[in-house]
Write a protein that binds this ligand. Structure first.
Ligand SMILES: NC(=O)c1ccc[n+]([C@@H]2O[C@H](COP(=O)([O-])OP(=O)(O)OC[C@H]3O[C@@H](n4cnc5c(N)ncnc54)[C@H](O)[C@@H]3O)[C@@H](O)[C@H]2O)c1
Length: 350
């Protein structure tokens, strides 16, 4: 299957390209980036494909069946919709888009074209996450009444002044960039409860005066001190659903001791703490004793699982859990969170 990579930056090189290279069914035919050197470097590094700067050239090639959209968030919607209309199947990185309205447009075009539109909610292909979902589905935790979401880092603002910290490009900060994964895991594991109300607050504090921001390492750096910093570097909020309540505590940077990246699923029979990107522990009580255990399971790389399933579903037509129809609800919740923060009041969802 002939595929193309649109946007040859961090995530393309760290995850998408190596996963396609490992898949015996896939052949990367184009590397596209508006920075020509990035596309050319990829051709050289991976020893395949053609470097192009305009994604429309990729879409004009009838042999291309699938594209990975690995660009900044501001062009997710336009590129994904153009690709769908050109008859391509699309794996678009998370978040689906900058706003709920953009994500709805993408979903509409997916429905019109019938081509696949999956979003890069890669945790849905993570063995630990799927095991937790099985535990919850099978009733092992009892009633899960509260999900405590913490994605708080001590100092981890990405590319200060660049695409990630510019609202017009990214759509938001810590919530849309990291929170999207955490909310997605919570929704997926809890069987996609219906969100009812959202109350959120956002703060733009530690990176606001860019020159004063102290840090050791910066991903997606270096900083551009003449750039823009107008996004949330910290959020807190509460989401009521027709299932559990989600409490959300997130930050790219906070004056805390160390990073706190986990989700607590609290059930009346047992609870689980998932350390993000790692393993999980089950906490319960048996015969009057307190018990905790860490399940051992077979773990396979989730980005590879995601790409392999994407290639496979194009052939089989299987609707994956990362389909836009399953993921759009998170875009709705994040939009409500930001709207609530702006209005300083609770938003009631329809
Ligand atoms: N799934 C994950 O865990 C994960 C991790 C990191 C990033 N991401 C997502 O991946 C996306 C990209 O992030 P990144 O860290 O790779 O950013 P990046 O800046 O490293 O790379 C983006 C690349 O896209 C290129 N680009 C911009 N506009 C383009 C266009 N119109 N056509 C072609 N190329 C274009 C840029 O020149 C750049 O090389 C973001 O949406 C981000 O949220 C997801």
């Amino acid at each position: 299957m002939k595929v193309a990579i649109i946007g040859c930056g961090g995530i393309a090189n760290a995850a998408h390209i190596p996963a396609y290279m490992k898949n015996p069914e896939a052949e990367i035919v184009y590397f596209c980036d508006i920075i020509p050197e990035r596309a050319e470097e990829a051709v050289e590094k991976y020893g395949c494909g053609k470097a192009v700067v305009d994604y429309k050239e990729v879409l004009a090639d009838p042999e291309i069946e699938a594209v990975s959209v690995c660009t900044p968030n501001n062009v997710h919607a336009s590129i994904a919709m153009d690709a769908l209309r050109a008859g391509k199947n699309v794996l678009c990185e998370k978040p689906a888009a900058r706003t709920y309205a953009e994500a709805l447009e993408m979903q509409k075009v997916q429905h019109e074209t019938g081509k696949i539109l999956n979003i890069g909610v890669v945790n849905r292909f993570n063995n630990a996450v799927n095991l937790i979902k099985d535990y919850i589905d099978s009733g092992k935790l009892g009633e899960v009444y509260h999900v405590y979401i913490s994605f708080r880092a001590h100092r981890s603002i990405p590319g200060l002044g660049g695409a990630f910290t510019t609202k017009a490009i990214a759509g938001g900060g810590a919530l849309i960039d990291w929170g999207v994964h955490f909310l997605d895991i919570a929704m997926y594991c809890c069987g996609d409860p219906k969100p009812l109300t959202v109350s959120g607050e956002q703060f733009c504090k530690l990176g606001k005066n860019m020159e004063d921001y102290a840090y050791i390492n910066m991903w997606s750096g270096p900083p551009k001190y003449d750039g823009t910093y107008d996004v949330d570097d910290s959020v807190t909020g509460l989401i009521r659903t027709d299932g559990p309540v989600f409490t959300v505590h997130g930050a790219w940077a906070q004056n805390i001791n160390q990073s706190e990246m986990y989700i607590d699923f609290m059930g009346d029979k047992a609870g689980i703490r998932l350390i993000y990107g790692e393993d999980f522990t089950v906490y319960t009580a048996e015969h009057g004793a307190l018990v905790e255990y860490k399940p051992k399971y077979n773990s396979t790389p989730h980005f590879e699982n995601e790409i392999n399933k994407f290639i496979e579903c194009i052939k089989t037509g299987e609707k994956l859990p990362s389909h836009i129809d399953s993921v759009i609800i998170t875009a709705k919740m994040m939009q409500a969170f930001y709207d609530s923060a702006e209005a300083h009041r609770e938003i009631v969802l329809d």
